[in-house]
Design a protein around this ligand. Structure first.
Ligand code: UDP
Length: 378
């Protein structure tokens, strides 16, 4: 009998990083399944960088990215590409992660083709469908067609149950992003700022809802902070998006202790997280990774679909108000007890075994028995 094809679909940096552990896990079970990796190429360079970090290659590359692409174009090109792929080789099970356009389109294509779908990092929610835009819509819509949901935490599970998804389809696995970050942190030697003894502020900001004025206020706050602490170096890992870069360059460019750098590849970025004194970010993934190393995070957003880090005291929501960002950062830098309280190493998002749990569940849905890993007690 032919082995079932289990396909993972990726398209951007975060969904690739968080899907990679599942791809690698499925590859260990090639005797009972045929793993397949489909890349839409939604974000070309950052996707390739992320794949490279894990030494994996797509079996199918739809290469859809175009300069200045709109969300509608990404959606239609990805759907068209998946349609062609499924006509050639229809997977028996499809997996995609999180809240990207690629993930939403993969779930829609799976629905059209009646392919069972498993959603990695299911159940994250904010109260409003357009914040974060468009991700909140993508993850809610993806849940509608998922046969199996893999929420990282119990909070995410409860969100799904509240929406009416059957309990028996919802499995708390932990976040595969923790599998990824622990794996990479082990592999790579420390290689950042070897001669710098002082503080390191690590900054990333790319969210669409922060483009323009909010991002400008973030950059201004960063400038005030780096000016205040003369021993500090501020590393700003810039997203490839030109709108984001323009704002950051106009406010922070030319400062002798601000390094506006191209997005480092994942392994180097993880080393930067570990080296950071304080992280200021609007990234979802970074909010999850930093607590694993006990690095305090100021979240540059008004809402978060990741309340667990805030509840455990590893992260604090500061939004995009310049004065509030500065005030919170100063408090942490100048009140050792406040800093200490936010630096406890914790794992609110996973224990590093999410991928084997997902492998067990997805293959189990196809009637293929593989070793079980007890579900995660978050
Ligand atoms: N990341 C990276 N290089 C960077 C910035 C982030 O490898 O310059 C990683 C980060 O460690 C995390 C993921 O990319 O795993 C987060 O991606 P992003 O912030 O773009 O998306 P989000 O998590 O907000 O959806």
């Amino acid at each position: 009998m032919a082995k079932p094809i289990v396909a993972c679909v990726v398209g951007t940096r975060p969904d690739t990083i968080k899907t990679a552990p599942v791809v690698l896990e499925l590859q260990k079970y090639r005797d009972v399944c045929e793993p397949m990796l489909i890349a839409t190429g939604q974000h070309r360079e950052m996707l390739d960088q992320a794949l490279h970090a894990f030494g994996i290659r797509p079996d199918v590359d739809l290469d859809i990215m175009r300069v200045g692409q709109t969300l509608s174009e990404v959606t239609s090109r990805a759907l068209d590409g998946l349609e062609r792929t499924f006509k050639e080789r229809k997977p028996d099970f499809l997996l995609a992660q999180g809240d990207t356009a690629t993930t939403f389109v993969a779930s829609l294509a799976a629905f059209y083709h009646r392919i069972p779908f498993g959603h990695i990092e299911a159940g994250l929610r904010t109260p409003t469908i357009d914040d974060p835009f468009p991700e909140e819509f993508y993850r809610r819509a993806t849940a509608l067609v998922s046969g199996q949901h893999y929420p990282p935490t119990h909070w995410a599970k409860e969100n799904l149950i509240r929406e009416g998804h059957p309990t028996e389809s919802v499995f708390v696995t932990g976040n595969t992003g923790i599998d990824a970050v622990l794996r990479i942190a082990e592999q790579v030697p420390q290689d950042w700022l070897p001669d710098h003894q002082g503080r390191v502020f690590l900054v990333t900001t790319h969210r669409r809802e922060n483009w323009g004025e909010p991002q400008k206020r973030i950059a201004q706050a960063c400038r005030i902070l780096v000016d205040r602490y003369e021993d500090a170096v501020m590393v700003v890992a810039m997203h490839r998006n030109p709108i984001v870069r323009e704002t950051l360059e106009s406010v922070l460019g030319g400062h002798p202790r601000v390094r506006l750098i191209e997005p480092p590849e994942y392994a180097r970025f993880v080393k930067l997280i570990q080296r950071a004194t304080l992280i200021l970010t609007d990234s979802g993934g970074v909010q999850e990774e930093a607590p694993a190393f006990g690095i305090p995070v100021l979240v540059l957003r008004e809402t978060t679909e990741r309340p667990e880090g805030v509840e455990r005291g590893n992260a604090k929501l500061v939004g995009t108000d310049k004065d509030l960002i500065v005030q919170e950062a100063i408090r942490l830098m100048e009140d050792p007890a406040a800093y200490e309280a936010m630096s406890k190493s914790a794992s609110p998002y996973g224990d590093g075994l999410a991928a084997p749990r997902i492998r067990f569940l997805a293959l189990g849905a196809l009637g293929v028995e593989t070793p079980e890993v007890p579900m995660w007690e978050s």
